[in-house]
Design a protein around this ligand. Structure first.
Ligand code: NAD
Length: 538
């Protein structure tokens, strides 16, 4: 049976002896041998400002990957103007041509660009080959292919249902008028490229401000889009200060919206600043933001214990816990804890941490010095807290790279700091509860944190699963039953959370794309009225 939608990109295994493993290792060696210069790209032109910062390997911070030329105020102003000027032609080439470009991007990334982009993500953001493969290859290919599919779909879906005799009704799917500011996070190359390109598929143009910790991989993705035929000015790449680009963009009346992924505090600040600038704006800007999480796993006494151990390890520690969806608090019943704690700690002791080029490592380094200090601060405060006990890990070393062991804290206080705040590192805090307090624990889980991004329930009995499903309705935008709370796939589990976790506009589903359109309703009269009087007047 053939389906009328794209398929998810298959994940390559990189198993020993595989062709992809050999190619990737060769690409890693190549990229480590050179230091590249990264320009701003405005209206298709490379701009080397001379005001540079270095990109280093987080797992070997003495090794330089690139010098990045930062955009100043002039470049940022030029980027906004370039995006505005590019929009007319970009709209007029139509949806099919726009999709053809992004589908070509997907094909190139699936083929000859795959190793280049994966290697750059491994080196720049310190990901294992598997973490890079599911992010910078598969998820981004899926974003591009499925977003084109969704955009085509709602062109039909949004047409008016009724056109009475003598009248032709239609809806033009216009993009927002003006430019979109895409402010992107370090932790997923796929999200970084998706934030400017999703609005572009439906006819918007964008200014893309990448994170200072992913300039290198993001720049290569910009080059890929240009090689695929993206017209000049549709996406403008401006590495530089978030504060400054926000000031510049919000001083431009053509600012049409922001597509943001990052931390909650930055997003809240952005929203406030947009509100203040409303009087000078041409329209009401769209504000779409996916932000932080304090993602949970709740286990029931009757759960699958081995499945729970695997979910805790993968959910909390893959990519060093630097996923917005990473499991960072767990509620485990006494009986289950007594049965699994030794095995969990034994498994954790097998985890290897180190350089991304050694494929036997399960974890590598956290992203930078600031993250290292923030995460280790949480560990040290927990060490000093009489309610907390570090039962596994807790050590760290920053000599060569920013390495932190996978750390488990046991707490007797369900509101202790590491049970409620986003840490964004390899730290999992566990609260043990009495077996008969399952319903109370669901309420505690719901009320303990301002975030509501992802969460899992582990239980075998359908009644208990349902109890959790209802009690945790608003506690997570992505809810998992008997699985880890990470690893959402495009077109399978559209991603996003509410409360302090964002606007829940679901990247990887049609809803996100709908935020970038502003339809025009068109009525065409074929029987043109010839009399101004009505029959009731006769
Ligand atoms: P961050 O908030 O530090 O940075 C995100 C982006 O905002 C970067 O490009 C940064 O330069 C920019 N920025 C920082 N300060 C700014 C300011 N004052 N004005 C304008 N822009 C500014 O986040 P990060 O460290 O890159 O990413 C980690 C965060 O992202 C975590 O909180 C994580 O939960 C969240 N995240 C959420 C999702 C999701 O889908 N909900 C996905 C990935 C990451």
């Amino acid at each position: 049976m053939t389906s009328n939608h794209p398929a998810n990109e298959p994940v390559l295994s990189y198993a020993p002896g595989s062709e992809e493993r050999e190619k990737l290792q060769m690409e890693l060696r190549n990229q480590m041998e050179t230091i590249i210069e990264i320009p701003c790209i405005i209206n298709g032109e490379e701009i080397y400002t001379g005001n540079t910062v270095q990109q280093v390997l987080p797992h070997n911070h003495g090794h330089i990957l690139a010098n990045v030329h930062l955009a100043g105020k002039d470049e940022m102003e030029a980027a906004c103007i370039s995006a505005v000027n590019a929009q007319k032609n970009w709209i007029e080439i139509g949806l099919e041509e726009r999709c053809a470009i992004f589908e070509k991007c997907a094909d190139m990334l699936s083929g000859e660009w795959r190793m280049k982009i994966n290697a750059s993500t491994m080196l720049n953001q310190s990901k294992t080959c598997f973490q890079a493969e599911i992010d910078s290859a598969c998820e981004l290919i899926d974003f591009w292919r499925f977003n084109c599919h969704y955009a085509r779909g709602f062109h039909d879906y949004l047409q008016p249902l009724v056109s009475p005799k003598g009248v032709e009704n239609s809806t033009e799917i216009r993009p927002l008028e003006g430019f979109i500011l895409a402010i992107t996070p370090f932790n997923f190359s796929s999200i970084a490229a998706n934030l400017p390109s999703a609005p572009a598929i439906v006819g918007c143009t964008a200014v893309w401000k990448p994170s200072r910790n992913s300039y290198y991989s993001n720049y290569l993705l910009m080059r890929l889009m240009m090689d695929a035929g993206l017209p000049k000015g549709v996406i403008n790449f401006v590495p530089g200060s978030g504060e400054l680009i926000t000031d510049v963009a919000l001083s431009n009346p053509d600012f049409a919206g922001v597509h943001f992924t990052g931390s909650t505090s930055v997003f809240q600040g952005l929203w406030q600043r947009i509100g203040e600038k409303l009087p000078i704006m041409k329209g009401y800007p769209r504000i779409v933001g996916e932000t932080g999480g304090k993602d949970f796993i709740v286990a029931h006494p009757n759960c699958d214990e081995r499945g729970l151990i695997v979910a805790l390890i993968r959910g909390a520690f893959e990519f060093q816990g630097q996923k917005c969806s990473a499991a960072s608090r767990a509620y485990i019943p006494n009986s289950v804890w007594n049965s699994i704690s030794d095995e969990l700690c034994a498994e954790l002791s097998k985890i290897k941490i180190g350089d991304v080029v050694d494929f036997s490592n399960f974890m590598t380094a956290v992203i930078d010095k600031r993250a290292f200090e923030k995460i280790t601060g949480y560990i040290e405060r927990a060490r000093d807290d009489p309610n907390c006990q570090i039962i596994s890990g807790g050590n760290y070393n920053n000599e060569t790279g920013w390495f932190i062991e996978p750390t488990i804290i046991l707490t007797s206080n369900p509101k202790s700091e590491t049970m409620v705040e986003e840490i964004f590192g390899p730290v999992l805090t566990i609260y043990i509860y009495d077996d008969d307090k399952f319903v109370d624990i669901l309420e505690l889980c719901d009320k303990s944190s301002p975030y509501a991004l992802t969460g899992s329930i582990f239980a075998t009995n359908e009644h208990d699963i349902n109890t959790a499903f209802n009690a945790l309705r608003f506690s997570a935008g992505n809810f998992y039953i008997n699985d880890k709370p990470t690893g959402a796939a495009v077109a399978q589990q559209p991603f996003g959370g509410a409360r302090a976790s964002g606007t829940n506009d679901k990247a990887g589903g049609p809803l996100n794309l709908l935020r970038w359109i502003s339809p025009r309703s068109v009525k065409r009269a074929n029987d043109i009225p010839q009399s101004w009087t009505y029959s009731f007047m006769d």
